[in-house]
Each structure stands twice: as structure tokens, then as C-alpha cells.
Design a protein around this ligand. Structure first.
Ligand code: GLU
Length: 443
């Protein structure tokens, strides 16, 4: 069976950097194996799921360059869950439970007070038929639990964490369906993974104990469990998943001038033994993707590192990749001149203003004004006006280094530093250059 992975967000909010990373890794895993990557919209929670978030998720994946080979939605697959539910109930693997939330909480408190782990005591399994009938007669609608096989050892070889073993008796039988008939995450996810032919489930380590339960569900449904891998969670520089990190989505990155390639390059390697590098070609990242390089320690997300990766990516970007985001009139040579001086594409507009003007007037001393007047006199237009001008000025005035270059840059651009003048002066053009030198000489 060829590799098929899925990314399964709940459309209850925007994707944040943590789930963007999960999506990317699943995409890479599939891509590397020549397999498929699917989007599964986990929208069984009708109240909290919103269509606008489904659109936003699709848009974000497209922006990131993560092509999906198909999409499924849990809300359209309820009949499948119903069927699996019947199968498991008939096999005695699902049972009704009548406890209220308060009763369950009280039981937990008592267990904890006695120093015992708060595992569900299977009270519902001990009810006699008469007691169950009484509950029903009292109008108590049951919720439903999956019955873990206590003799059925749970173990898997996790792609990141290595051998994982769980003692089923140490786990609570999970509630899989609420009294109102709605589904919790656990069973629908299993049913979908089977039905969609998912071969590899790669997700955050907060799902490890869910996997333990789901492995028994796969088996109970007569299926071979997929391969599992659980990556360490993403944390901020301060060491935890902060609110800020949890709200950082593609829109906020875009607004900050972060390129999709930069985010991809960073998230592809973060938390692995491989170095984070400004690799713009996603295929190169795919080639080096390797679950065995993933560490167990939380992956630290650092904004400053992302900014550095972004700047290095921007410096590699070709004109065609950015042309629709550049100011009017800025052409390929303009982009090449300015590119080394910017960390984000929108910053190009700031530098482009020094080409189109007007430039910030400066105060020059008498001697410098004379020098700038000489510069205007000697300016001759050619393919290399800057090189010619500075060579002639050096010869005539004896100035060199900073004394030669800085006043010219200041007069021509209004700034003390900036893009290479050799590239910039042809863009400024003869008329503007003369005008700026004259104004500076007369200032
Ligand atoms: N909707 C679940 C989540 O976002 C999916 C988990 C999974 O990958 O199975 O946590």
C-alpha cells in the first residue's frame, strides 16, 4: 500500500504555527514516499466548527505550497461512524454509561485523595439489567464508552519515540459518544483512518495516550493500525506554548513580511537534529526529511530565527517571484540592487523611494558643498556612471574611501548607507542625479 498521510484540523479557529508544522511534516512524509497527503476536516463539533475556518485552512495550505490530494469531512461521514458503533456495540466493545459529570468528578476526587490514579472504575459495566432499566425509566440518556481489552497488550514502534507500551488497565475506557448522540474525536478518527487508507499518522505528542486507545479500536474494527509517530510539541522561546504562539497564523506571518518558503524551511527542521537553513526549494527539504532526526525535547520556536531565515530567503528570490508585490516602476535591476538590503519584500518600497525621490535634504559643510558641485560638473553618463564618477573625482580631488563615497551617497540618496551605489545610480538616472548633486551643493 502506498503511503497516505492526512492532516486533520478542527475548523474551530485559524491554523497556528504548531498545526502548520504538523501539516508540513505530514505533507513531507507523503511527498518523500511518492504518496498522498489528504486534508481531513474534523468538524464533528457542529457548534464550534465554522465554514470560514475551513476556507482559511485551505487557503493557508495553498499559500504554504502544501498541495492536497484529496479532502474529506467528518460531518459528511456520520453514517460510517454509526456503522462502526453498531459493530463495536454488537461485539461488546461499547457500553452505555449513566454517570453524570458531577458523579464522575466526585469519583476522581476520591481516587486522587486516596493517592490512586483517576481511572474510570467501570461502574457502568457493573450495573444489573434492572439498574439499567431503572436509569432508562428515570429518563437518563446514556453516553457511550469504548471497552478497552485489559488482556490485550498495547505496544507500537513510534516513528519518533521508539517502542511505546501501555498497560490497558491503567487507562480509562474513553467516552466516544455523548448522550445527545454527538461524537467525540476518538472513534471517528479511527474509522476515517481505516476508510481513507491512511498508512502513517504523524501528530503531536499530546495524542500519545489517544493512540494507545485507538490501536485497540483499529484491531476491534478488524483493521491493521497505521504506523504512528508523535512529534514533540512546539514551544516559544520562553519554554511553553504561549498564547501568542498559539495565535500566530499564516495571516500574521504574511503581514509581517514572512515568506511561505521561510516558514516552511524553518518548521521543516525545527526540533530535529538537522540545522535550520534558508533552503528555498521545498524538494530539497523533502529529501532530507527523516523522522529519526526528530528529537524528544520540545521544539523551540524563535521569531528572531524566523526573521533571519526570511531575510536569507528574500535574498535568493527572483524578480518573477516578487514582481506583483513591488512598487510601480520597480524593475528587475531595481530588485537586484535593493534585494541585499531588505529583510522582507515590502521593505523594497522604502528603498525604492530613494530612487524615485524626493530625497531627504542634508546639511553639508562648505568644503563638501564644493566637492559635490565638482561632482555634478564631472558627472558623465555611461553604463557605469558611478564607477566613472568616483574614479575621476578621486583623481581630481585626492579624496578616497569614506570622504569620497559618503557625501555622494548622502547627496544622491539622503541616507548614510544602502544598496550598492554602482547599481543604484543607473536606476536614479542622470536627471535626478544632477538635480540632487546640485541641490546638495547649493544647500
Ligand atoms: N482533530 C484532531 C486534532 O486537531 C486530529 C488529531 C489527529 O491527527 O488524529 O487534534
Amino acid at each position: 500500500m502506498s503511503t497516505r498521510t492526512r492532516f486533520a484540523p478542527s475548523p474551530t479557529g485559524h491554523l497556528h504555527v504548531g498545526n502548520i508544522r504538523t501539516a508540513l511534516h505530514n505533507w513531507m512524509l507523503a511527498r518523500q514516499a511518492g504518496g498522498e497527503f489528504w486534508l481531513r476536516v474534523d468538524d464533528t463539533d457542529a457548534e464550534r466548527s465554522e465554514e470560514r475556518f475551513v476556507h482559511a485552512i485551505r487557503k493557508d495550505l495553498a499559500w504554504l505550497g502544501l498541495h492536497t490530494d484529496g479532502e474529506t469531512r467528518q460531518s459528511e461521514r456520520l453514517a460510517l461512524y454509526e456503522e462502526a458503533f453498531d459493530t463495536l456495540r454488537d461485539a461488546g466493545r461499547i457500553y452505555p454509561a449513566y454517570e453524570t459529570q458531577q458523579e464522575l468528578e466526585l469519583k476522581r476526587k476520591i481516587q486522587l485523595g486516596r493517592g490512586l490514579p483517576p481511572i474510570y472504575d467501570r461502574g457502568a459495566l457493573k450495573l444489573s439489567d434492572a439498574e439499567k432499566a431503572q436509569h432508562e425509566a428515570d429518563g437518563v440518556v446514556p453516553h457511550w464508552r469504548f471497552k478497552l481489552g485489559h488482556d490485550e497488550a498495547i505496544a507500537w514502534d513510534d516513528g519518533v519515540r521508539g517502542t511505546q507500551k501501555f498497560e490497558p488497565a491503567q487507562l480509562s475506557d474513553p467516552v466516544i459518544r455523548r448522550a445527545d448522540g454527538s461524537w467525540l474525536y476518538m472513534l471517528p478518527s479511527c474509522v476515517d483512518d481505516i476508510e481513507m487508507g491512511i498508512t502513517d499518522v504523524l501528530r503531536g505528542e499530546d495524542h500519545v495516550s489517544n493512540t494507545a486507545v485507538q490501536i485497540q479500536m483499529f484491531t476491534a474494527l478488524g483493521a491493521q493500525p497505521p504506523r504512528f509517530a508523535h512529534e514533540a510539541l512546539l514551544v516559544g522561546r520562553e519554554g511553553k506554548l504561549s498564547k501568542r504562539l498559539g495565535s500566530l497564523g499564516c495571516d500574521s506571518f504574511r503581514e509581517r513580511g514572512i515568506e511561505a518558503q521561510a516558514l516552511v524551511a524553518m518548521l521543516a527542521r525545527l526540533g530535529t537534529a538537522l540545522p535550520v537553513e534558508p533552503i528555498a526549494d521545498i524538494e530539497e527539504l523533502v529529501e532530507t526529511f527523516d523522522l529519526s532526526t526528530f528529537g524528544r525535547a520540545p521544539a523551540r520556536f524563535d521569531d528572531a530565527e524566523l526573521d533571519r531565515v526570511n531575510a536569507a530567503i528574500v535574498h535568493q528570490m527572483g524578480f518573477a517571484q516578487v514582481s506583483d508585490r513591488l512598487p510601480d516602476g520597480m524593475d528587475e535591476s531595481g530588485w537586484h540592487a535593493i534585494r541585499p538590503n531588505i529583510s522582507t519584500v515590502p521593505e523594497a518600497a522604502d528603498w525604492w523611494r530613494i530612487v524615485t525621490g524626493p530625497v531627504e535634504p542634508r546639511d553639508f559643510d562648505e568644503e563638501t558643498r564644493v566637492f559635490l558641485a565638482t561632482a555634478e560638473d564631472l558627472l558623465e553618463w555611461s553604463d557605469t556612471p558611478w564607477q566613472d564618477l568616483t574614479a575621476t573625482l578621486k583623481e581630481r580631488t585626492g579624496r578616497k574611501g569614506k570622504a569620497l563615497f559618503l557625501p555622494l551617497r548622502q547627496a544622491l540618496t539622503g541616507r548614510d548607507f544602502g544598496p550598492d551605489m554602482g547599481e543604484l545610480l543607473p536606476l536614479i538616472g542622470e536627471d535626478r542625479a544632477r538635480d540632487r548633486l546640485r541641490k546638495a551643493a547649493e544647500s
